[in-house]
Design a protein around this ligand. Sequence first.
Ligand SMILES: CCCCCCCCCCCCCC(=O)CSCCNC(=O)CCNC(=O)[C@H](O)C(C)(C)COP(=O)(O)OP(=O)(O)OC[C@H]1O[C@@H](n2cnc3c(N)ncnc32)[C@H](O)[C@@H]1OP(=O)(O)O
Ligand SMILES: CCOC(=O)c1cnc2ccc(OC)cc2c1SCCC#N
Length: 389
Amino acid sequence: KRHKFWETQPVGQFKDLGDTSLPEGPIEPPTPLSEVKQEPYNLPNPYEWITCDIDSDEMCDEVYNLLTHNYVEDDENMFRFNYSKEFLRWALRPPGYYRSWHIGVRAKSSKKLVAFITGIPARIRARDNVVTMAEINFLCVHKKLRSKRLAPVMIKEVTRRVHLENIWQAAYTAGVVLPTPISTCQYWHRSLNPKKLIDVGFSRLGARMTMSRTIKLYKLPESTVTPGFRKMEIHDIPAVTRLLRTYLNQFVVAPDFDENDVEHWLLPKENVVDSYLVESTETHEITDFCSFYTLPSSILGNQNHSTLKAAYSYYNVATRTPLLQLMNDALIVAKRKDYDVFNALDVMQNESFLKELKFGPGDGKLHYYLYNYRIRHELRPIELGLVLL
Ligand SMILES: CCCCCCCCCCCCCC(=O)CSCCNC(=O)CCNC(=O)[C@H](O)C(C)(C)COP(=O)(O)OP(=O)(O)OC[C@H]1O[C@@H](n2cnc3c(N)ncnc32)[C@H](O)[C@@H]1OP(=O)(O)O
Ligand SMILES: CCOC(=O)c1cnc2ccc(OC)cc2c1SCCC#N
């Protein structure tokens, strides 16, 4: 497949795949800041760049509406991600964020937002190198403006603005195959509301299975079973940071979270992120942690249901409680909070609980990418300790 744009970029190229002589690490050296293009890339005439201030209700509404109608759909167009406004504000304003990396494209005449792309700064470790990277997300071009080569311009513009902050690497995921994935992961889904998933056509009644038998198969207890299992609170940040940093050390690529990052990304936020921990009833030490984020989806073309309430496994650490039991408690909490499905990637140690907790494999793949950073061998999902939103 010809990748006319991606063949021009400092990313692993398919033609280099076999070449083990290429060193791991940055592909191109940084450019002197004086040589970074100072002015924005040219857009086709009817359009102009707009820096999106996500704090402004009006702008946040515009971003929310563009994504609600034009963001990612599954291959069967059954669902479209429906990130909430409070989720977008969380996702885009981590410690050290740059408003200039929240980039929109407007039609000059109608003033309508027609495209969007974002970056946030993140310290990511690749093997033994901690690199400050941009995490790129929410790339979206209005359905009416597709296949006009707008995406490469959006990508070059966010790259330029990231370069201006002296950052030269990026991390991103996509459902599409581009040059060149550092890893390819699989989504797994655990039904919490099997009747709804069957009604919308995602799941089908198993052979020789009745609806009531199916509901019983996925039934969960009312309350969690692990002694000391409770919501994370602000005073837990130091202990959770220690627990998570130690746990993430085992992976080839993982975030380098400090306490500020843990406070932002893992302190519970209603309808955005839930996190729980196990505090030993004897020693009061924090021995385990689990978390999931809330990402609803619009259900496309169904008479009875308009929204799917989905929980996505985030970061989980089990050092005393069996991971199976910890994640089952996470399912119990998610069911009690009326989620329809609990989704997880086969990254980190997730494989160890997926089948046993009745997750089924999805048909979607998620490819992980690094920009301007070569990883010598493609990573197995269990070597990945990074979850992007
Ligand atoms: C140092 C800092 C560096 C920062 C930057 C790092 C890199 C960040 C990279 C971005 C990471 C985003 C991560 C992220 O947000 C999470 S992945 C979600 C992406 N968004 C969606 O799928 C929403 C629905 N789709 C659309 O809005 C459009 O189809 C988009 C905008 C996707 C493409 O618009 P279009 O109208 O359909 O297509 P053209 O404009 O005509 O352009 C065609 C070219 O775009 C390449 N393409 C298609 N999908 C892509 C994708 N998901 N990533 C990268 N490239 C993608 C394609 O391969 C082709 O290039 P090629 O000819 O070389 O093959
Ligand atoms: C019921 C299981 O599927 C999903 O939860 C779901 C929901 N919305 C989507 C929107 C766009 C979409 O585009 C790939 C996929 C979904 C999916 S499956 C992959 C995400 C997970 N897990």
